[in-house]
Ligand binder design. Structure first.
Ligand code: SF4
Length: 353
């Protein structure tokens, strides 16, 4: 069967076939992905009202692509106290945030309690807010640094009020590329093991892929297929988020940058290859809002959220420091021909705008 016919008949693709999708022209690929997207979601584009909180940039690990952690390129260290984190959370929740997306660097100075205590403080005051926190890389860091098993860290997260896990720290699963990018951090197998354990506790998570640095197209497809395999077992990933590499202020010397065409192809291929992960998110903080709006026609059905404030991608050059106003966000989705649907963190629909 020819490749296009296979996609149209919804036959699952192999590694080689996934790679071959990149050889199709952009519009053919876009049409194929859009057909699947519309079959599942019509014109709906999801977003949520969320607030990103990045409580510390002090990090025990060194990833070449990172511009966020305190380092020679970024000497300004900070670590927020529980009171400061709670104050930020309170302000955002009063303004309407329903999700707190909390991601930290790997802080070796303040112990496990600094992480878990912050969740408990928020949970005590705000029983309803959704706490999305602790990437698999953070879970692995607490295991390495403080001798807790993965099970113990995950159970403590649940006891402290974490609802779901973000998808960060996946980067690219290929071992050779990963050793070059972030040696010493959570391995690919460990990343997948931690998410599997989380899913086995009846919880959901996201999965990311950082692309546009030194990886090949084959590495991207391999990354997607490893996620697809785990999803077959657990069904716990609710969204896949291709993150476009940001090139400022870090130690990776990448001269060439991805074309818009390559980014859109990657969104479209994610939609086609990941036949068992429902939502494909165009995270506008890394793709720019304009490309994220176009990505809605290339398989993406989710644009993340208003964000309010973001420190990790913006440190590397993304224009996401201040987030977006809800009205503006909704108007942009509408003017691009889609229906803005506010969702909660687990993709239950809350409101048609
Ligand atoms: S990506 Fe995360 S783990 Fe790596 S250096 Fe940056 S903050 Fe630390």
């Amino acid at each position: 069967m020819r490749l296009i016919e296979k996609v149209k008949k919804r036959v699952r693709l192999t590694q080689e076939e996934g790679e071959a999708l990149y050889e199709l022209d952009l519009f053919t690929l876009g049409e194929l992905a859009d057909e699947i997207r519309r079959e599942k979601f019509g014109t709906k584009s999801y977003f949520n009202i969320n607030r990103h909180i990045n409580p510390t940039n002090v990090c025990a690990d060194i990833c070449k692509f990172c511009a966020y952690s305190a380092s020679r390129k970024n000497p300004h260290q900070y670590t927020l106290s529980h009171e400061e984190i709670l104050e930020i959370a309170t302000n955002s929740i009063e303004k309407g945030a329903k999700e707190l997306h909390i991601v930290s660097a790997h802080n070796p100075n303040d112990g496990v309690e600094w992480y878990m205590g912050a969740f408990r403080k928020i949970r005590e005051q705000f029983p309803e807010v959704h706490i999305k926190s602790m990437t698999a890389a953070e879970v692995d860091f607490l295991h390495r640094e403080y001798g807790l098993s993965y099970d113990e860290v995950l159970d403590q997260m649940i006891e402290s009020g974490v609802n779901s896990m973000p998808g960060g720290g996946a980067e690219i699963f290929d071992e050779e590329v990963r050793a070059y990018l972030c040696k010493g951090k959570v391995t690919s197998d460990q990343w997948l093991e931690i998410h599997q354990k989380w899913h086995e506790r009846g919880r959901e998570s996201n999965a990311t892929m950082l692309f546009g640095h030194v990886e090949s197209r084959a590495n991207r497809i391999d990354h997607m297929i490893r996620l697809r395999n785990l999803q077959d077992k657990t069904g716990g990933f609710n969204a896949f988020i291709p993150l476009v590499y940001q090139r400022e202020n870090n130690f990776l010397k990448i001269e060439s940058f991805l074309t818009g065409q390559e980014i859109l192809k990657t969104y479209a291929i994610s939609r086609i290859v990941l036949d068992n992960i429902p939502n494909i998110k165009a995270y506008w903080a890394t793709s720019t809002i304009n490309l994220a709006l176009i990505a809605q026609e290339f398989g993406a059905n989710d644009l993340d959220g208003t964000i309010e404030k973001e420190s990790i991608q913006s440190a590397a050059g993304a224009k996401s420091l201040q987030g977006m106003e809800l009205n503006e966000f909704v108007a942009l989705i509408k003017s691009s021909g889609f229906t803005p649907v506010e969702r909660d963190s687990l993709y239950n629909e809350l409101r048609y705008h």
